[in-house]
Design a protein around this ligand. Structure first.
Ligand SMILES: [Zn+2]
Length: 308
């Protein structure tokens, strides 16, 4: 098993030991060789002239675009490639773009650039999106309501009210996603509003105070009425929509009778491994569409199908 899953494999050095140094950051953010990724509403600016590549900008470009108003612009340090620093900048106004540049939804980028195999670009773009969106939502202190200021290259926001001085850190919301099995069958569910034939592994946000095992057992029981015993970790996936970590597990069912939660699912069913294997070999069928490559559910199912 590899960790080569879409949105994993961050390609740069996040340089935690450097990004807290304001002088170093200033040198890098004004350096002619530094690279800047631009985002509009979470969509990275891409160069579409030959496939899809980030439309990296220089500091001079960014100064022209933003009017040099760095204090009013959300920006974050993403990481270093050797001596070259990469930053992400959120734009709040419309840009006149040349015909070879376009802001593109990250899901779409991830699917397109990964179609021939693993690449680390979605991880790079995802980190910029997550950090910028978090900064954008935390301009005010949740303790006292005063303004906050970004620090450590955008990895912390500090309350500017001296009496408060609260520090706020980027959040990651953990989600458990589980392949529930019983003998040679696995449990698949179809969420409300999903197209006919779209089934996937059950999933849900973890609640405060839960272990991964407890969250898995609770979610499976709530959604399907199935009781789960053993839970074992398989793999995880960063999911930048807006800022989750998908924790993929295998869960062994103790019971088989399904009672769906109609607020969450329209259907849930047990699927035999041999039948599912045949569907995967055929590229899916009307009753079951294979989850897209971008989804960790696809990997959980494939790994299970590869086992005897
Ligand atoms: Zn405060």
């Amino acid at each position: 098993m590899s960790d080569n899953i879409i949105f994993a494999g961050f390609p740069l050095d996040p340089a935690d030991h450097l990004r807290g140094d304001d002088e170093w950051l200033f040198e890098k953010i004004t350096h002619a060789e530094s690279r800047f990724l631009l985002y509009a509403k979470g969509r990275p600016l891409m160069n579409i002239s030959d496939g899809l590549a980030p439309a990296f900008k220089t500091v001079d470009d960014v100064n022209r675009i933003t009017g040099g108003d760095w204090a009013q612009t959300d920006w974050v340090f993403i990481g270093n490639d050797g001596e070259i620093a990469t930053f992400a900048v959120a734009l709040t106004h419309k840009l006149d773009l040349p015909s070879h540049e376009k802001f593109i939804d990250l899901r779409s980028i991830a699917l397109q650039v990964s179609k021939d195999g693993f690449v680390s670009l979605p991880s790079l773009l995802g980190r910029g999106k997550m950090l910028l969106e978090w900064n954008g939502r935390r301009h005010f202190c949740s303790c006292c309501g005063h303004k906050t200021k970004a620090d450590r290259g955008g990895y912390v926001r500090k309350c500017a009210n001296e009496k408060c001085s609260a520090e706020h850190f980027p959040r990651t919301d953990p989600v458990v996603i589980m392949l529930v099995t019983h003998g040679d069958k696995c449990l698949l569910g179809r969420g409300i509003g999903w197209p006919e034939g779209n089934y996937s592994a059950l999933a849900g946000f973890m609640e405060p105070g839960e272990t991964i095992e407890e969250a898995t057992r609770r979610e499976v029981f709530e959604e399907s009425g199935i009781k789960v015993g053993n839970v074992s970790y398989i793999r995880s996936q960063p999911w930048p929509f807006p800022s989750s970590l998908m924790i993929g597990v295998k869960a062994e069912a103790l019971t088989t009778e399904i009672t769906i939660d109609e607020k969450e699912l329209v259907d849930a069913k047990w699927m035999e491994k041999a039948k599912l294997r045949a569907i995967f070999e055929n590229g899916g069928d009307e009753g079951f569409r294979i989850p897209p490559k971008i989804a960790i559910a696809r990997h959980l199912l494939e790994e299970w199908l590869q086992q005897d």
